[in-house]
Design a protein around this ligand. Structure first.
Ligand code: COA
Length: 318
């Protein structure tokens, strides 16, 4: 036993930042970002935290299902960017919507939402919750170095959520972590205390070896998806959509080619939303759901990769 999807929700801040807006203060261009990454614009918070966005996405998912906060007894929020360490995003959402039971955050970077789904499946298996709210929420803009054109142009802010009940719609999954900081490293602020005076001081920022990340992403997607389908006795013909982490349009195009699949099965919103880390997969899922593209009973694949390094792929039934 695992879960079934009841509803989805999402939210992105109103403020849209185009590539031309970035070129006002960075040595970059719309042409470079469009060609190398596939992003035209992203939504950037003007004061809304990851928790604020998570609350909007959660309310959206509750409304879609005709449920109230009190109907939820488990909240898991995948995030890297909570502005309060405690209470975290999940606990803040719980308080705002009037839910009860268990609420906690988890950090598995861009793979976080799928890690959170897998975690929720364990609660259903053990009958320790009745209805779960799983969220991916990120205010990436608060941890970016806005002078580093190699990283700040690719990220955006937003939140996505799904409400789950007990069911058997998690068909197969594969999660992994390859611990190390050589490829992606997200720094927190350096803290000086009366007992420690660090030589180096830094503000939060993202270090990313772009080309190594690219290789890791393509390799993860093109290895794990076919392996998981085979393990589940499925083929590409059984899958209606591949809902992949939106990190770079070229990574997604590689995936289509290597998986020898139909590009129409690979929905994309990276051009409008950018890379929203843990929020990426649930925002795209909600867009598909709201567009009426997810048919009950059909199978689809969720797959993400990111810092950690982490990778996560799941075959689910809608
Ligand atoms: N605008 C203009 N030029 C830029 C730029 C920008 N925003 N960012 C980098 N460049 C320049 C570099 O400085 C470099 O210049 P140089 O040749 O004069 O040294 C040149 O473009 C090529 O840089 P490179 O890093 O080799 O580009 P790339 O083709 O690998 O593209 C990424 C960079 C980051 C877009 C690409 O590597 C990528 O998408 N990687 C995966 C990232 C990812 O998925 N991250 C999310 C993880 S969850």
């Amino acid at each position: 036993m695992s879960f079934r999807f009841v509803s989805t929700g999402s939210y992105v801040p109103e403020n849209v930042v185009t590539n031309d807006d970035l070129a006002q203060f960075l040595d970059t261009s719309d042409e470079w970002i469009t060609q190398r990454v596939g992003i035209k614009e992203r939504h950037i918070s003007q004061g809304e935290s990851a928790a604020d966005m998570a609350i909007r996405a959660a309310q959206n998912a509750l409304d879609a299902a005709g449920l109230k906060g009190e109907d939820i007894d488990l909240i898991i929020a995948a995030t890297l960017t909570a502005d309060h360490r405690c209470p975290g995003v999940a606990a803040t959402v719980q308080n705002a919507i009037g839910a009860h039971g268990i609420a906690f955050d988890m950090s598995a970077a861009c793979s976080g939402f799928i890690f959170a789904l897998e975690t929720a499946a364990g609660y259903f298996e053990r009958n320790t919750c009745t209805r779960a709210l799983v969220i991916g929420a990120e205010q990436m803009s608060r941890i970016l170095d806005w002078t580093d054109r190699g990283t700040c142009v690719i990220f955006g802010d937003g939140a996505g959520a799904a409400i789950l009940e007990k069911g058997d719609n998690l068909i197969a999954s594969k999660l992994f972590t390859r611990g190390g900081n050589e490829v992606i490293d997200i720094f927190d602020v350096t803290v000086e205390t009366p007992f420690y005076h660090p030589e180096e001081k830094w503000m939060p920022h993202v270090f990313m070896n772009g080309q190594e990340t690219f290789k890791f992403a393509v390799n993860t997607i093109t290895t794990d998806i076919p392996a998981l389908l085979e393990e589940a006795g499925l083929t590409d013909d059984d899958i209606s959509y591949y809902v992949l982490h939106q990190a770079n349009v070229r990574i997604l195009q590689f995936a289509v080619k290597r998986l020898k699949s139909n590009p129409d099965k690979f929905p994309m919103n990276i051009d409008r939303i950018g890379n929203t880390s843990a929020a990426s997969v649930p925002i795209l899922l909600d867009e598909l759901n709201r567009a009426g593209k997810l048919e009950r009973g059909k199978l689809f694949v969720l797959s993400a990769f990111g810092g950690g390094l982490t990778g996560a792929t799941a075959v689910v039934r809608w």
